[in-house]
Write a protein of this length. Sequence first.
Length: 82
Amino acid sequence: MATETRGEAAAKDEGKGKSPRKRTSPVLFVRQVIAELRKVIWPTRRELITYTAVSLVFVLVMVALVAGLDWGLQRGVFWLFG
């Protein structure tokens, strides 16, 4: 049910034969993290430079847009209220 909290749902599931989850040891966690990182397709240097440049250009455009809107609204408010 959508209105249940985690505690209520867990309490209902306890008697259904499911074993409770055990904590992962830190060593096993690190091994799993390393295994997952090996699956990652890392970008090449050229791709990384391209992605960084695109991100920086996008941020600069957004900064210019917000600054322009801020300046225009400021001018409008000063004109309206003197």
